[in-house]
Design a protein around this ligand. Structure first.
Ligand SMILES: NC(=O)C1=CN([C@@H]2O[C@H](COP(=O)(O)OP(=O)(O)OC[C@H]3O[C@@H](n4cnc5c(N)ncnc54)[C@H](OP(=O)(O)O)[C@@H]3O)[C@@H](O)[C@H]2O)C=CC1
Ligand SMILES: O=C(O)C1=N[C@H](C(=O)O)C[C@H](O)C1
Length: 230
């Protein structure tokens, strides 16, 4: 299988090349390829979509910090090619997302407050992380209603609103990616956590997603589809 990397020299680009070298059946190519993988920056998304469409290649997007305009571009591209958008390609976070949804369904919004805390290396450009936002959406899905987001509180008069989801971001050092989803209830706390010990976990997940995408027709896919297919 041939994988083309949109940003081969970035941290994730290099991690994917290293992971591919360990597979024995994946070649990283500069032109063409069975699948195009983009872990770069939001501003680059239009260019990676154009490259995938012009080469008729499925596209895996791991870039975070995307807005609604980017989501529309991806949905439109998915009419012609297979597109998978994943703010986190690790197996552990895919499972964590299911656990968060279930916990949010069981624990009432009146009694249990949800806060999401994430920590990443000092070079990370976006906050909160794409994974934190994805876990927040899983919690909303469990509660079957939209939540008001409370981002990085600072100041006075900031008592939390019942049913809101709070986000806090820590940056520093070389942290590959920590995520804690806190369910804070009356006299008890449930904390669901994931720790990425290196980027290799994201790279292996990206390769699994690329193998999956190679077999798919046009459409919008997620890591849940990759896991269901394995
Ligand atoms: N889904 C997941 O599991 C994960 C997602 N990520 C996300 O992936 C993205 C990249 O992370 P990371 O590899 O650490 O970042 P890096 O900054 O190390 O790499 C980004 C790469 O993208 C390139 N790039 C940036 N802008 C453009 C552009 N406009 N056109 C072409 N290339 C561009 C950069 O090139 P240059 O340096 O020349 O600008 C660089 O090579 C981030 O959004 C991050 O949050 C990260 C880890 C896991
Ligand atoms: O920038 C990173 O490094 C990471 N970004 C992703 C995110 O924003 O959630 C995934 C992972 O946590 C590492």
């Amino acid at each position: 299988m041939k994988i083309a990397l949109f940003a081969p020299d970035g941290r994730m680009g290099r991690a994917i090349s290293d992971a591919a070298a360990q597979t024995g059946d994946i070649e990283i190519v500069e032109e063409g390829g069975d699948v195009l993988i983009d872990f770069s920056a939001p501003d680059a998304l239009r260019a990676s979509i154009d490259r995938a469409l012009s080469g008729n290649m499925p596209l895996l997007v791991g870039t975070t910090g995307l807005d609604e305009g980017h989501e529309s571009l991806l949905a439109s591209a998915a009419e012609d090619i297979a597109v998978l958008k994943a703010p986190n390609t690790s197996l552990g976070v895919a499972l964590l997302s299911d656990l968060v949804e279930r916990a949010a369904r069981v624990l009432s919004r009146e009694d249990w407050d949800i806060e999401i805390v994430e920590a990443h290396h000092k070079h990370k450009a976006d906050a909160p992380s794409g994974t934190a936002l994805h876990l927040g959406l899983a919690a909303e899905k469990g509660r079957v209603e939209d939540a008001h987001d409370e981002m990085g509180r600072c100041g006075t008069g900031l008592k939390r609103e019942t049913g809101s989801i709070g986000y806090a971001a820590v940056r520093g050092g070389t942290v590959a990616g920590d995520h804690d989803v806190l369910f804070l209830g009356p006299q008890e706390r449930l904390i669901l956590s994931h720790r990425a010990e290196s980027r290799a976990i994201f790279a292996r997940g990206a390769i699994a997603a690329a193998r999956f995408l190679k077999e798919q027709g046009p459409g919008l896919y997620s890591m849940a589809d990759v896991i269901d297919a394995e």
